[in-house]
Design a protein around this ligand. Structure first.
Ligand code: PGA
Ligand code: ZN
Length: 438
């Protein structure tokens, strides 16, 4: 047991060159924990609130000095003296201190930084890897996630072509991904994914497209004729790499269509189409017939609630229907969509909800209801913080959605491969069993 001695925040930069918050927690034992928070470019409207300074003379208003001050002057004095390992109590205290539904007073960027830094410090103090500490701190044994055992490592889900809010003049849809579902090991799955990424670069160049990259390090070629073209290009890259669709790799899509939904219609400018919800579902059904799509995220808008159950009913037996903007890692929203039978998989982003406790609660609610979890990076700005990977390992997530290029993204895979080594073979990979909750 070690009490919190000091909590200090500072403004740092994230990968998108936008400011972010880093928090350092020092325990009375002298142990230190440091954490930082990411930033979303196509954030859902129900996400926890990101407090920006709004002072146009600094970083175009995107400074985070107010959030930093909230940590140093408001949150820190309340937490100093509390037992660092009482994570749930600490998170609850900050939630009460903020007192709003979406953390609008203190800012989820301030709150998450503290929540993660405290957890990191306590894990370090107890000499436990973060994934192990998370299982202990939240008593996940009662969900079958045993202390130090029973690890099923997540599959890599790698963004290889991006458009939408993540790149200019690319596709209307946001992310085209390769999901590596081989049963060998994390390292093999990562290697195969990277090889496909490089082959895709060559395929693009050979066809006269540029291979410049967008926010997340995925290719963002301009001049693609349709929103379907990336699927053809990925197919070619997978085949040229010598891997088998459906066995080694499947396609994952995050069209993030909340961004193109207006007045009840989906505007697909590249295809010259303006579709209603039913037509949007048919559009994806057609792709599912033609390509080995295994997960489909935000295929309908966050405000198009009524049509999600139809989508799940139509494709849910073949494809994992993933909520992201729809559910924003919020246990209350997840409960609602479970009752409405709207999804069978959920994207999890720590900063959508703002504390480690609520994030783990959301993952466990999903687990209890047979909903697969995918732990995700953010498109706007990432840092080198790798907590999302330890979280994925702690909760036996099916996938981690990140990368496969740029330092802040590959750092996540480096951490995942490190964990595989640390576990000395005392683990398996989700592989082709990703839909079974293990
Ligand atoms: P964001 O997008 O992190 O930029 O909001 C990623 C996603 O929609 O999954
Ligand atoms: Zn998404």
């Amino acid at each position: 047991m070690a009490k919190i001695k000091q909590i200090i925040a500072r403004e740092i930069l994230s990968s998108g060159s936008t400011p972010s918050v880093e928090v350092k927690c020092i325990l009375e034992s002298g142990t230190v924990g440091i954490a930082s928070v990411p930033y979303g470019a196509s954030a859902g409207i129900r996400e926890a609130f990101v407090l920006l300074d709004g002072d146009k003379s600094r970083f175009m208003g995107k400074g985070m000095l107010k959030a930093v001050e909230n940590v140093n002057k408001i949150i820190a004095p309340v937490l100093v003296g509390m037992e660092g390992e009482n994570q749930k109590e600490i998170d609850q205290k900050i939630i009460e201190l903020d007192g709003t539904e979406r953390k609008t007073n203190l800012g989820a960027n301030a709150i998450l930084g503290v929540s993660l830094a405290v957890a990191r410090a306590s894990a370090n103090d107890q000499k436990l890897p973060m994934y192990n500490y998370i299982r202990k701190a939240f008593n996940l044994e009662k969900y079958g996630l045993l202390q130090g055992k029973n690890y099923v490592l997540p599959n890599p889900m790698m963004v290889v072509i991006e458009g939408g809010a993540h790149a200019d003049q690319s596709t209307d849809l946001q992310e085209y991904m390769i999901s590596m579902i081989g049963n060998d090991s994390v390292k093999e799955n990562v290697r195969k994914g990277i090889e496909i990424y490089f082959t895709l670069k060559k395929v693009l160049k050979d066809k006269g497209y540029n291979s410049n990259v967008g926010n997340e390090g995925a290719f963002a070629p301009n001049g693609l004729p349709t929103n379907e073209t990336p699927l053809e290009l990925i197919k070619e890259a997978v085949e040229k790499s010598g891997y088998e669709f459906g066995k080694d790799v499947g396609i994952s899509l995050d069209p993030a269509v909340s961004e193109i939904f207006e007045n009840g219609k989906y505007e697909l400018a590249k295809d010259g189409k303006n579709l209603n919800s039913e037509e949007m579902i048919e559009y994806f059904e057609n792709w599912i017939e033609k390509y080995p799509i295994i997960t489909l995220e935000d295929a309908l808008a966050e405000t198009d609630w009524g049509n999600w159950p139809k989508l799940l009913e139509k494709i849910g037996d073949k494809v994992s229907v993933v909520g992201d903007d729809l559910t924003v890692t919020n246990p209350k929203l997840l409960q609602k969509v479970i009752e409405e039978k709207a999804i069978n998989a959920i994207l999890i982003k720590l900063n959508q909800i703002g504390t480690l406790s609520e994030t783990v609660e959301c993952c466990m609610l999903a687990r209890k209801n047979g909903i697969m979890t995918i732990i995700s990076h953010r498109g706007g700005g990432e840092t080198n913080d790798t907590t999302m990977i330890d979280l994925a390992v702690a909760v036996n997530a099916g996938f981690v959605k990140v990368g496969p290029s740029r330092g802040e993204r590959v750092e996540k895979y480096n951490r995942l491969m490190e964990i595989e080594d640390e576990l000395l073979g005392n683990c398996t990979v989700a592989g082709s069993n990703f839909r079974k909750i293990i």
